[in-house]
Design a protein around this ligand. Structure first.
Ligand SMILES: Nc1nc2c(ncn2[C@@H]2O[C@H](COP(=O)(O)OP(=O)(O)OP(=O)(O)O)[C@@H](O)[C@H]2O)c(=O)[nH]1
Ligand SMILES: [Mg+2]
Length: 680
């Protein structure tokens, strides 16, 4: 059988694991050589975290019962030989469900009670508050318990109309969209706002995050889902039923949430097996599928090649039975090939960039550090060689010279202090504009402008104005950071020229992408701020939710900008401190050596030999660091196993174990209960 999407993702995971291991080797070596200072330490940690935590999000979006869960099972979990997610008729997924794996955490189902909406905190804020979540440990080796736990995502509860209104599930302005009311006037709402499944599946361990969504058109859909999770997903699979065709509500979901960003959209026409007709020839059925495909593409304004007719149910059954022919007939492999072609290169490029850039920085930093030490050794050697055959009067003279030079050097502290205080002031001014308070104030101003317009019809305008202000803030922050850079460049040039420093400014942080991110948030929200939503903004609870979410989304962007700026500035100052320390130590060493030479003449040759050995060792270290960093970069740029089948063994090293043998039995064991329910 062709390598499936799941297998290629595995190969990419192996490539990444090997990269992480090589990074560990580099870190360990630097540690052993005592070369990890504040800057390189922070660079190593950041590179390590990005390699480990970069996620690949694939979202499955559809109206109820189009077969999302079945498709997720067929693509990602069929190799386990079982169904993992429950996909039983009538068991509707009520809240967004995120399947993923966080290292170091137990398998657990975390559920966020719907009541958290009363507090107005955004999902992003609540993610950081473990106490807000109900945690159900997943007993992965007990199938009945596991199935029982996963059923939680379908749980609902009955609340009064008033509560439903506060929770955002009831809107008097659109009575047709409201949920049905029972005999006592109560309304059925989801019990949970969001579910996170931490599950030790090999693919999830590789950084895959699968997002299952409830019908987005349902009133009360979590805004965070539509505004944040979906727009940032690396791929979205939109599922339609071949049995139902494109319905009006399918069309609305597509238009409101998915229409733009077409390159990452995949449309599935599921359940083609339902078109089988004993009275029609296979050719006739095929023609019917083809015409539905064309029609769907026309309605969604896509090329027909983006529409994948298939049968998730048949694909899952075929994979479980290892029936290649039936799998081909299900037509799932075509979708997987397209998903793979989109996602794998995208993921590769991101990680490649992270590694190449990161190791380059670390190497530059370490080389600079080693280079400085070598330069000082060379100066000392030169000085000591000059002493050969000289008398003690000459040595005394040299001692005087060292003292004068030391005193001259110490004059740099005035310049350093001036530079530091200007730097601190400029940085502080810059940071104020990027602070959470500043964003909150800007959003409050937008809210005021929105409140002033009738029925919030000016909501969009107020929002666009907010974005323009934020954009200006960001652009001015970048400008100011450039000014800081200029100031430092001038000071460094003086320190280098007058005091023999070898200060060099590192590459400025690449910040324009945050301006792009802000633009993306703007376009997503503008799409969302259509007329319907503008009306809902007049509800205080909804407005509050919207505001909170917007703030937390914007804060992420601004916090990233400020932390990058801060890190760059810190590492620049750290460089100055390190060189200052090293220079002072060097003066002290020179003085000590001369004093020793003065006492005992034989010291000179011993000391010269010592300096030689030290320099040799440093050269070796430098070569080894380069070798390790180069190996890491070469590995990052080498073809991973499985993507083109031509992996370079020498570069990739030993094959990577995916600890499949640990994980799969859990899944196997979990499955029978799910199966039983499906057939019940
Ligand atoms: N005939 C047929 N039925 C399918 C196929 N895929 C899914 N189904 C059935 O369609 C129903 C809904 O499937 P689910 O996977 O639960 O759909 P969903 O989109 O997750 O549904 P919700 O969670 O309710 O939104 C189930 O009864 C599935 O067995 C398919 O390819 N062919
Ligand atoms: Mg489902």
């Amino acid at each position: 059988m062709q390598p499936s999407f799941a297998i290629s993702l595995d190969a990419l995971g192996g490539w990444r694991t090997a990269l992480a291991r090589r990074l560990d080797d580099l870190a360990r070596y630097l540690q052993e050589q005592d070369l990890v200072d504040g800057t390189s330490g922070a660079q190593l940690t950041s590179l390590h975290e990005r390699l480990a935590n970069e996620k690949l999000v694939v979202a499955f979006v559809a109206e109820f019962s189009r077969g999302k869960s079945e498709l997720i099972n067929a693509i990602f979990f069929a190799d386990t030989g079982r169904r993992i997610l429950p996909a039983t008729p009538g068991r509707t997924t009520m809240c967004p469900v995120e399947l993923g794996w966080t290292n170091g955490e137990e398998p657990v189902l975390s559920l966020l009670p719907i009541e958290t909406r009363f507090e107005g905190l955004s999902l992003a804020e609540l993610r950081a508050q473990p106490r807000a979540w109900r945690r159900l440990p997943l007993v992965v080796d007990d199938p009945d318990q596991l199935a029982q736990s996963l059923l939680e995502v379908t749980r609902t509860e009955w609340v009064s109309q008033q509560q439903a209104r506060q929770l955002g599930f009831w809107d008097d302005a659109t009575p047709d969209d409201n949920p049905p009311v029972d005999g006592e006037g109560r309304v059925e709402v989801p019990a949970w706002r969001h579910a996170l499944i931490n599950y030790p599946h090999p693919l999830l361990k590789q950084g895959l995050v699968v997002l299952d969504t409830p019908g987005l058109n349902a009133i009360g859909a979590e805004p965070e889902l539509t505004l944040s999770l979906l727009p940032t997903a690396h791929a979205t699979v939109f599922i339609l039923g071949a049995d139902t065709g494109v319905t009006r509500s399918d069309m609305e979901i597509w238009r409101d949430h998915l229409g733009s960003h077409a390159p990452t959209r995949f449309v599935v026409l599921n359940k083609i097996d339902a078109l089988e007709d004993p009275l029609a020839t296979p050719e006739q059925v095929k023609a019917q599928i083809a015409s539905q495909q064309t029609e769907t593409a026309r309605m969604l304004d896509l090329s027909a090649a983006r529409v994948f007719p298939l049968s998730a149910r048949q694909a899952l059954a075929a994979r479980v039975a290892h029936d290649d022919e039936s799998l081909r007939a299900s037509r799932l492999p075509e979708l997987e090939a397209a998903l793979g072609a989109q996602l794998l290169p995208q993921r590769r490029t991101v990680l490649e960039h992270v590694v190449v850039e990161g190791t380059q920085q670390i190497e530059t930093q370490v080389s600079r550090q080693l280079g400085d030490t070598r330069r000082q050794l060379a100066e000392q050697t030169l000085e000591l060689r000059g002493l050969r055959g000289r008398n003690s009067a000459k040595v005394r003279l040299m001692l005087q010279r060292v003292d004068t030079e030391t005193a001259e050097f110490e004059q740099c502290t005035t310049l350093l202090q001036a530079m530091r205080s200007v730097h601190a002031r400029m940085l502080k001014d810059l940071m104020i504009d990027l602070s959470a308070d500043r964003i909150r104030a800007e959003v409050a101003e937008m809210q005021k402008a929105m409140g002033a317009t009738l029925l919030n019809l000016g909501a969009k305008k107020a929002f666009v104005a907010l974005c323009a202000r934020l954009d200006a803030l960001l652009v001015s922050a970048l400008q100011r950071n450039a000014e800081i850079r200029d100031m430092l460049a001038a000071s460094f040039a003086r320190l280098n020229a007058e005091f023999g420093f070898s200060l060099a400014l590192g590459k400025a942080p690449e910040l324009t992408r945050y301006v792009e991110e802000l633009k993306l948030i703007e376009s997503n929200y503008v799409q969302y701020l259509g007329l319907t939503l503008a009306m809902r903004l007049s509800q205080p609870t909804f407005m509050e939710q919207f505001r909170r979410m917007l703030i937390s989304k914007l804060r992420v962007v601004f916090e990233n900008v400020s932390s990058e700026i801060e890190m760059w500035n810190k590492s620049t100052s750290a460089q100055v401190d390190a060189q200052l320390r090293e220079r002072r130590r060097n003066f002290k060493r020179r003085r000590e050596t001369l004093e020793r030479v003065q006492v005992a003449g034989g010291e000179l040759e011993t000391r010269l030999a010592e300096l030689d050995t030290q320099d040799e060792r440093l050269q070796k270290t430098l070569a080894r660091v380069h070798e390790l960093a180069e190996g890491l970069r070469a590995h990052a740029l080498a073809a991973p196993l499985g993507t083109d089948g031509q992996a370079d063994e020498a570069l990739l090293g030993a094959p990577i174990g995916l600890d499949l043998d640990i994980d799969l039995p859990l899944v196997e064991a979990a499955a029978p209960a799910v199966e039983r329910r499906v057939h019940a």
